[in-house]
Design a protein around this ligand. Structure first.
Ligand code: AMP
Length: 339
């Protein structure tokens, strides 16, 4: 963050970024507070849309989430890769303050996933999945990771997400992402995990499947009763809903994009943006912080889908994030002075 936060750029940056860069440089204790631990899949993807197909792309829930979070806070990454995984990626991660001590490199092939989108770019079919080194994966946290206040359990099997939590010394705020596969095949592990999570992020169809409610409002409230005090329900191009304690509720739209090239990883990026923003800016999370975090998550996700794999996120600047955040703010106001 220091490198990218030069003086010229700081004119465009929100105060939290300037503050964050300052504390990173001046106090190692504060760095500890601000880090976010991210665990999830690190994958090599093949993605087909109706107009393009690309193979051997960097993917995986943790790859997207970690890079998104790294715009706001240092990241401690946990995952597994095989011997075929490019070493250059580790150099890139380190250049973005993503600690890779928790990434195991083992003999064998990296997890591979292939998906195909239909014309609406909303519906996706998994073409193939090769677990490879993921089959034997048991996340082991380095000692230096165990005391991290903010945790993002990006999408992987709920029992692995729980295994990470078991090794941690009382994290203050746990965010979890999940998917339909785990709702269908690992429901009791997922239910157990929910009791230890402060914020659950899932998409609309998953929320309905999980609760058997057609109304997303009822679904959100019902999921809160299962454990998480806060629930974020993503609705793709229609935005997202946020449920908080009591009757706290927030709804936001999605950034209107003309060109979507690859929707892969948008959900992971949304979660990474939210968790990273919270870790980098607040000590005790209030509903107001979550509202802003959801906008930053949406902003990051809107950039993610502009190119295949992580290419847009790799080239993204804080200035661009801030500009889109400000546009989002203007778009969301309905009481404006007459023109
Ligand atoms: P998303 O588009 O947010 O659902 O995330 C897509 C990413 O999830 C891809 O890069 C895949 O490599 C990864 N992925 C797909 N299936 C799984 C799975 N079962 N467990 C973990 N990660 C997965």
């Amino acid at each position: 963050m220091e490198k990218r936060n030069d003086e010229a750029a700081s004119a465009y940056l929100p105060s939290f970024v300037i503050r964050a860069a300052f504390v990173i440089r001046h106090s190692s204790f504060v760095i500890l507070i601000m880090s976010v631990l991210v665990v999830g899949s690190i994958a090599i993807d093949t993605v087909k849309t109706p107009v393009e197909e690309h193979s051997d792309l960097l993917g995986g829930s943790a790859s997207y989430a970690a890079l998104a979070a790294s715009f706001f806070s240092p990241v401690r990454l946990v995952g597994v890769v095989g011997s075929d995984f490019p070493k250059s990626e580790f150099d890139f991660w380190r250049s973005r303050k993503i600690d890779t001590e928790g990434v195991q490199r083992v003999n064998g092939k990296t997890f591979r996933w292939s998906g195909e989108y239909s014309w609406d770019l909303n519906t996706r079919r998994t073409r193939s999945i090769d677990l490879n080194v993921f089959k034997e994966f048991k996340p082991e946290l380095p000692e230096t990771y165990r005391q991290t206040d903010f945790v993002l359990l990006a999408n992987i099997e709920p029992s692995l997400q729980a295994h990470v939590l078991e090794q941690m010394k009382r994290p203050r705020f746990v965010v979890a992402d999940t998917m339909d596969l785990w709702i269908e095949t690992a429901r009791s592990d997922l239910d157990e995990l929910l009791r230890r999570v402060e914020l659950l992020i899932l998409n609309d169809s998953e929320a309905r499947e999980m609760t058997k409610e057609t109304s997303l409002i009822k679904a959100g409230r019902r999921i809160q009763k299962m454990g998480p005090a806060h629930v974020a329900i993503k609705k793709g191009e229609h935005g997202a809903l946020l449920f908080g304690e009591g009757d706290r509720f927030f709804s936001c739209g999605a950034y209107p994009l003309e060109d979507i090239h690859d929707p892969t990883g948008a959900g992971d990026t949304f979660a990474g943006g939210m968790a990273g923003y919270l870790a980098g800016t607040v000590k005790k999370v209030h509903f107001n912080d979550l509202r802003k975090a959801m906008i930053y998550g949406s902003v990051l996700a809107s950039f993610c889908v502009e190119a295949f794999s992580l290419e847009r996120l790799r080239n993204l600047s804080l200035k661009e994030i801030t500009k889109r955040y400000e546009t989002f703010k203007l778009m969301s106001q309905f009481e404006v002075p007459p023109e």
